[in-house]
Design a protein around this ligand. Structure first.
Ligand code: AVJ
Length: 332
């Protein structure tokens, strides 16, 4: 009996299920067909990609994380000052690796009213890690992880009673991965989802001498290169794509107009790549853009706050002015 059914099973067997899904396939194909060719940078952060970014954030050349941590260390008291004595909540957009959040939460312990920590991420692993870490290091902080996109998460939290005023963290110059129009749209969405008196702390990496930027996005140890290549590794695994890792090189360039650092994968020979049922032909020397990391000037920060309808409360920078954490209030 078994023998008789086996050929039938083989014929009707579906193609092996790939973890990537239709959304990822569509995003990747439309990016690869666009000019310039591009891949969405949000797909960097699978487990290995998240670990590689943590490694980047500890590199001496990647000053962003270190400098922002120093700013939070020095100015944390002023950042949490808007909270009165009642209960309050720190919302962490893109739960990151938590060393920075710790520096703010620490200062809210020992208050008579409760402190809640609400990490927000789409990845369950990131949420689990953030809650485990804060729960372990700062017992006494209530944990309220939210697995959702940023705007939706804030709307969800706004309807929950007892959380008190919120300090929403959007740190690390994560905003820099967005084109300006998309950044403005996100900030507006956040402001609408916040309640009057809630605050938003946004990290902006500032324009600075080019050699510093180049080293931050093309470190001599090659960790940033590995981070960039991991995107292809992921697409090969999750979409069954056929990128030949030997045939690309990591390139970091400066766009003075936006302005932004841009990360690319450049073909060192002509390539033909299968992605899903499509084939993409790439010429030797052609580049695929994998990320933009916008750099800002003070005036742009003013513009972002005004455009989204926030009131500026303060700006906290390192002595050299390399990085700014801007504190904004949602007006009544
Ligand atoms: C986490 C988006 C802020 O753009 O600087 C680090 C990611 N890319 N090195 C950045 C990244 C290359 C990083 N952000």
């Amino acid at each position: 009996m078994q023998r008789a059914t086996r050929p039938v099973e083989r014929c009707t067997k579906p193609r092996p299920q790939l973890p990537g899904g239709d959304r990822m396939l569509a995003d990747v194909l439309s990016g690869l067909r666009a000019r310039p060719r591009s891949l969405p940078s949000r797909y960097f952060y699978d487990d290995r990609g998240s670990r590689l970014f943590q490694w980047i954030s500890r590199l001496p050349d990647y000053y962003l994380t270190r400098v922002e941590r120093e700013i939070l260390e020095r100015s944390g008291d002023a950042m949490v000052a808007p909270f009165g004595d009642g209960p309050c909540t720190v919302v962490d957009l893109g739960a990151g690796d938590g060393h920075k959040t710790h520096r703010l939460l620490r200062r809210l312990l020992g208050r008579p009213a409760g402190v809640t920590y609400a990490p927000v991420d789409l990845a369950q692993a990131a949420l689990d890690e953030a809650t485990a870490r804060v729960g372990g290091e700062l017992p006494g902080v209530s944990l309220r992880p939210v697995r959702a996109a940023y705007g939706r998460a804030l709307r969800q939290l706004a309807s929950q009673p007892g959380l008190g005023p919120k300090l929403v963290l959007f740190l690390g110059s994560s905003i820099g991965n967005l084109e300006h129009a998309a950044a403005r749209a996100l900030l507006r969405e956040l402001r609408i989802a916040m309640r009057p008196g809630d605050h938003l702390l946004v990290g902006f990496d500032m324009v600075k001498p080019l050699p510093l930027l180049r080293r931050a996005y093309d470190d001599p140890q090659g960790v940033t290169r590995a981070f960039n290549f991991n995107l292809l590794v992921r697409l090969n695994r999750e979409l069954g794509a056929t990128f030949d890792l030997e045939a690309y090189r990591h390139v970091a360039t400066w766009d003075p107009v936006r302005p932004a650092m841009e990360s690319w994968l450049e073909c060192t020979s002509a390539q033909s790549v299968r992605v899903g049922r499509s084939t993409i032909a790439l010429e030797m020397g052609e580049r695929i853009r994998t990320e933009i990391s916008c750099k800002y000037r003070d005036q742009q920060i003013t513009g972002f706050a005004a455009d989204a309808g926030f009131t500026e409360v303060g700006r906290f920078a390192d002595p050299a002015g390399w990085f700014v954490d801007a504190l904004w209030r949602a007006p009544g």
